[in-house]
Each structure stands twice: as structure tokens, then as C-alpha cells.
Design a protein around this ligand. Structure first.
Ligand SMILES: NC(=O)c1ccc[n+]([C@@H]2O[C@H](COP(=O)([O-])OP(=O)(O)OC[C@H]3O[C@@H](n4cnc5c(N)ncnc54)[C@H](O)[C@@H]3O)[C@@H](O)[C@H]2O)c1
Length: 386
């Protein structure tokens, strides 16, 4: 018989895209469906969500859909934070609403888990990390991309020494986000307004920071060009608005150890790739191309020797010369896998480094990326500490 160790989690923003699908359904409810997080000592962590938000009817509807009790719904953040039975505060609200809510949660002594970016600027992100440290609470920030099957395979290659010396990483991220006039936009409109916390640099550079740092080395400098390719869009009500935020960013990152990373991020690009994000890694011993799920490699011993000659058609089908890296195991949903690690950290005190300070590093690289773009120069990324 397994004993359940209940952990109550106030989940703020579960009516949103990320909050509902990835965090509530694919993570917390999926953990309950599997019987909790088994600690291997006869106990299992049993997460109990409290659905927190602004629209009671929407929260009630979600609770009903998933068989959660009506008492597990609230629109009163202060009351929920004042409830001693709540252990963790989780935030997947729009970015602009996050800092204030996290500050309150820290003051209330709750452990906290949050979407990125953790705050609107570095100062705010560091302030949160320091407050949490002083309060002695445990914190976690989403780093879902590191848990993607394709990137887990890439990690396997890095750790297995496949690449030799890693020279460069080139990332392509993006897809066409419809303007909203003749076809509805597939992303919320706040993403395209700076004043509402939008912009692709603020959104995606935090991801690139932890992916690069986690797999290849700390980001030591950033150089970016952020632009707004599509200046007018149409919102959820079909009303035109000015897109004040950057919708594409062309970035170069120098990493500790000498690897150079170059990542294009764009919501104004049409996909001619196998996946919505792809990273090509070139090393002296071999190369790899990793996406969300797949990863293909080419070893130096199997590298073709093309000769530049525009007068004749390509002599080889280059994309067919790569080899698929096998799964060799089952991959869980990345958000869920990270939730499980965080819950183990909270309950069993297992080590965990994806905390608010790590989150601040992501905000820092985003902020410096925007400044680099505005000033037209490459900027060093100083190391952060509490
Ligand atoms: N980890 C990832 O891959 C990933 C992907 C997308 C978004 N995100 C992050 O998740 C967060 C939420 O993004 P999303 O795409 O789910 O957004 P969304 O617009 O779909 O959801 C936002 C949520 O915040 C709530 N909210 C609170 N205050 C609000 C306000 N003043 N105006 C509008 N909504 C408000 C909404 O009710 C909703 O529940 C963002 O911080 C974003 O950066 C992370």
C-alpha cells in the first residue's frame, strides 16, 4: 500500500494555453492518473490543484470537466495565499501579471513554480530570486525545452562525447503566426504588444539561455537584431492593433568554452524544416540536427566531400546522409517530467537547479538581447549571483 503525501498547488493561469494544456492536464492531472509521484519508500506525492484565476465560470467549467471538486476553484489570490493548506503557488499568467503575484506568494511563504520569463526585467527577476532565498522557500522555473525528446538525445550525444570539440550551434525557431484579419491568429494578442509583456526576445531568449547553458556552456555575450516585421495585427475581438513588440530576432551568443550559437526566432517565417524548432550542432568529430522529437547525426567518418560547382545539379542528396538517433527508451511529456522533479525537490529535498536565479539568467539574456539590438552592439553577459 502506498501512502499519499498530498501537496496542494494553487495554479494561477489555468485558463490559458500553457496553464491548461501543459501544466494542468498534461502534468498535474497526468501525475494523478499515474497514482502520484512514487518516492520509492512507500509514499507517493499526490498533487491537489486549486484552480485560481479571474473568471470563476471558466475555472468551474475546467474543474467540472476534470472531476475536480467545486471547492478547488478560487478567484481570490490573497485568500488562497493565506490558506495554510496550500503548499505551492504556480503561475502561468500572462508575463506582465507575474512579478506582482510571485512577490505575494513569496511573502506568504509558499514554494513557487512558474512559467518563464519570471519578471519584466532583470532587476525584478533578481529581486524575486533574492526574496525567495531570504524567505527560505523552494522555487522552480519552467525549462521545458531541455526535456524534449530531441534535446534529450542531443544531451546524450554531448555527454557521450560524440561531437569532439563543439564549434557551433545554429537554431531555427518559428512559424507563421497569422495576422488575425483573414485567418485568426494562433497566439494571444498580448504577445505582440510590448506594453503587455510581449515580444519574441522576452519570450524565446529565456529558452535559448537555458538550452545553451544546459547543453553547451554559459552564455557569455549576446548580439541580436530584434525587429517587428508585421506592424499591424488583429486581436481576439477582430479589432486591429499596432504590434509594438518584436516578432523576429536574429541572435548570436558566445558560450563559455568557445562555442558560437546563432539562433533565429520568428513568428513571421514559413516552415521549411522537419520541426518548429531545430538545432544543428557541428563538432570536430560529428554533427547533429535535433528537433522537438527527433535527432539525426553525421559522424566525421561518414561526412561527404562536396565540391562547389554551380554549373551542375547537386550530386548528392545531403539530407539522406544522416542517421536517426534511436529513442532507446520512453520519453514523458517534458512539462510533466520537470514538475515531478520539482515536487520531489519540495517534498523529499532532492537537488534542483532550475530555480528563480536560473530564471533570472533567462530574463537577463532577453534584456541584454533587446539592448544589443537597440544599441547595435555585442554585449557581455555578466554572471549573476544572489
Ligand atoms: N514554456 C513554454 O514553452 C511557454 C510557451 C508559451 C508561453 N509561455 C509562457 O506562459 C505564460 C502564459 O502564456 P500563454 O500563451 O498560456 O498565455 P494565455 O494568454 O493563453 O494565458 C494567459 C493566462 O493569464 C491569465 N491572465 C491573468 N491576468 C491577465 C490579464 N491581465 N490579461 C490577460 N490574461 C490574464 C489569463 O486568464 C490566462 O489564464 C507566459 O508568461 C508565456 O511567456 C511559455
Amino acid at each position: 500500500m502506498t501512502t499519499r503525501r498530498t501537496v496542494r498547488i494553487a495554479m494561477n493561469g489555468v485558463t490559458g494555453r500553457m496553464g491548461y494544456r501543459q501544466h494542468l492536464v498534461r502534468s498535474i492531472l497526468a501525475i494523478r492518473e499515474q497514482g502520484g509521484v512514487d518516492l520509492g519508500d512507500g509514499t507517493a506525492i499526490w498533487p491537489e490543484p486549486v484552480l485560481l484565476g479571474r473568471r470563476e465560470h471558466a475555472l468551474r467549467e475546467i474543474a467540472e470537466r476534470h472531476g475536480l471538486p467545486a471547492e478547488s476553484v478560487s478567484t481570490d489570490l490573497d485568500a488562497v495565499l493565506g490558506d495554510d493548506s496550500v503548499d505551492i503557488y504556480f503561475d502561468s499568467q500572462i508575463t506582465a501579471a507575474r512579478e506582482e503575484a510571485l512577490t505575494k506568494a513569496i511573502a506568504a511563504g509558499k514554494h513557487l513554480y512558474t512559467e518563464k520569463p519570471t519578471a519584466g526585467d532583470l532587476q525584478g527577476a533578481l529581486r524575486l530570486a533574492r526574496l525567495a532565498n531570504e524567505a527560505g522557500i523552494k522555487t522552480g522555473v519552467v525549462q521545458d525545452k531541455l526535456f524534449l525528446p530531441g534535446l534529450l538525445k542531443l544531451r546524450r550525444l554531448v555527454e557521450g562525447g560524440f561531437f569532439g570539440r563543439i564549434l557551433s550551434v545554429r537554431g531555427e525557431f518559428g512559424y507563421w503566426v497569422f495576422e488575425g484579419d483573414w485567418q485568426a491568429a494562433q497566439r494571444p494578442s498580448w504577445n505582440y504588444r510590448t506594453e503587455d509583456g510581449g515580444g519574441i526576445v522576452r519570450d524565446m531568449f529565456p529558452h535559448w539561455e537555458y538550452v545553451l547553458h544546459g547543453l553547451f556552456g554559459r552564455v557569455e555575450s549576446v548580439q541580436a537584431l530584434a525587429v517587428t516585421h508585421i506592424p499591424e495585427r488583429w486581436d481576439e475581438q477582430g479589432k486591429p492593433y499596432q504590434a509594438t513588440a518584436d516578432d523576429a530576432a536574429y541572435g548570436i551568443f558566445e558560450l563559455a568554452g568557445g562555442t558560437v550559437a546563432q539562433i533565429n526566432s520568428s513568428w513571421a517565417v514559413r516552415v521549411n524544416r522537419d520541426e518548429l524548432v531545430e538545432f544543428q550542432v557541428d563538432g570536430t568529430e560529428g554533427s547533429a540536427v535535433a528537433g522537438l522529437r527527433t535527432c539525426r547525426v553525421q559522424h566525421r567518418s561518414a561526412t561527404p566531400k562536396p565540391v562547389w560547382n554551380p554549373d551542375i545539379p547537386a550530386t548528392e542528396v545531403f539530407r539522406e546522409q544522416w542517421q536517426e538517433v534511436p529513442d532507446n527508451g520512453e520519453f514523458d511529456n517534458g512539462f510533466k517530467a520537470q514538475w515531478e522533479l520539482f515536487l520531489r525537490h519540495v517534498v523529499a529535498d532532492e537537488p534542483y537547479d532550475k530555480d528563480l536565479l536560473a530564471g533570472a539568467r533567462g530574463v537577463q539574456v532577453g534584456e541584454l538581447g533587446l539592448r544589443s539590438s537597440a544599441e547595435g552592439r555585442r554585449l557581455p553577459v555578466p554572471e549573476l549571483s544572489l
